[in-house]
Design a protein around this ligand. Structure first.
Ligand SMILES: Cc1ncc(COP(=O)(O)O)c(C=O)c1O
Length: 368
């Protein structure tokens, strides 16, 4: 019996091989590898997909966050509120601006930033909030933006895991001042390498960030500002344009598989399925259970991969131990849940038979 991976990028490639190979061949033949229409066409298409006015392609999700924070005017001495339960890049980008991440706890059902926790964390230095649409589900953007507005704070969505997540006709990336996406290969829309995008409706910011990602250059040798080399390369732009055409159908497949998991695990004692509240696109399907490590071992013995996203919250990371919001015991929800979460295999190409095998192993393990 073959192994079941957490995400099957080989199967994805096989499903779109002709289109991808053609896009790569055309780019190689054009020899236009930096900037150009393959990047700008993808920026336009992805911004349209999100419903944003502008998209600025970047070299990764991390650099997208860095750019958006700069766009929001974040700098030395500022504080930025963000959940402790996220990937390190969310807080790294805040630090890259010279600002301080201020961690807060998450909502126990969705594991996204808990809006109730924002106000007590605000100080005169607070400039922005970075909610994370973790695992593919939108944070409570209505409540978050309401607090932000009341206190004059900017909102930067970390939508690295939430391409196309939608609520009331509005998609991730259009709910704050800026949206930041990652195209890391395993993401719902993944490049064949690194990539990212900032979305915004602000024309002036879009212009500024477009210069910043490309050495602040106005023309080839005229640099209006000191910038970065944070460009997305043309090969990735061409590949991502192809994959974007399939994203809607891939998201539907993820949602169907998530529904199927939830139906088949509903009566299993000792497991809770993810709670779907706000436009979930199931980048990850994360269950909670008491003896998570034993279950992960049982799956692994049957050739089934699983993951933990993420095992060490940011307020317990050695690199952040100097921060005022660091230290054990501060965020009870995050600290409890990180020992219980387990990400099960989910990817659009997963077959019902593969999924049934995952469910069977879980049921057998928990019946012991
Ligand atoms: C929540 C979150 N934020 C930021 C990032 C950073 O994206 P990248 O790996 O493309 O730099 C990721 C992806 O790994 C992520 O999952």
């Amino acid at each position: 019996m073959s192994n079941i991976p957490l995400v099957d990028l080989k199967a994805q490639y096989r499903s779109v091989r002709g289109e991808i190979d053609e896009a790569i061949r055309e780019t190689l033949e054009s020899a236009a590898f930096i900037m150009g229409s393959r990047v700008s066409d993808f920026e336009r298409a992805f911004a349209d997909f999100c419903g944003a006015r502008f998209g600025i392609a970047t070299s990764s999700g991390t650099t997208a966050l860095h750019m958006a924070l700069i766009g929001a005017g974040i700098g030395a001495g500022d504080e930025v509120i963000t959940p402790s339960h996220t990937f390190i890049a969310t807080a790294e980008a805040i630090c890259h601006c010279g600002a301080t991440p201020v961690f807060i706890d998450v909502d126990p059902e969705t594991m996204c930033l808990d809006p109730e926790q924002i106000e007590p964390a605000i100080t005169p230095r607070t400039k922005a909030i970075v909610p994370v649409h973790i695992w593919g589900q939108l944070a409570d953007m209505g409540a978050i933006c309401e607090v932000a507005q009341r206190h004059g704070l900017r909102v930067i969505e970390d939508a690295a895991q939430a391409h196309g997540a939608e609520l009331n006709g509005r998609r991730a990336g259009t709910l704050g001042d800026f949206g930041c996406f990652s195209f890391f290969p395993g993401k719902n829309l993944g490049a064949c390498g690194d990539g990212g995008m900032v979305t915004t409706d602000d024309e002036g910011q879009a212009h500024r960030l477009r210069l910043l990602v490309n050495h602040g250059r106005h023309t080839k040798y005229e640099h209006e500002m000191i910038g970065y080399n944070y460009r997305l390369d043309a090969l990735q732009g061409a590949i991502l344009s192809v994959k974007l055409r399939h994203l809607e159908e891939w998201t539907q497949a993820r949602r169907r598989l998530a529904r199927r998991y939830s139906e088949r695990l509903a009566d299993v004692d000792g497991i809770s399925a993810p709670v779907e509240r706000r436009g979930h696109v199931y980048h990850l399907y994360v269950i909670q259970c008491d003896d998570r490590d034993a279950l992960a071992r049982a799956l692994s013995e049957e050739g089934i991969a699983s993951g933990i996203h993420y095992p060490i919250p940011l307020h317990l990371q050695p690199c952040f131990s100097h921060l005022p919001s660091a230290g054990r015991g501060r965020f009870p929800v995050t600290e409890r849940v990180v020992d219980r979460i387990l990400s099960l295999p989910i990817y659009p190409e997963m077959t019902d038979e593969q999924q049934d095998r995952v469910v069977r192993v879980i049921r057998e393990h928990l019946a012991r």
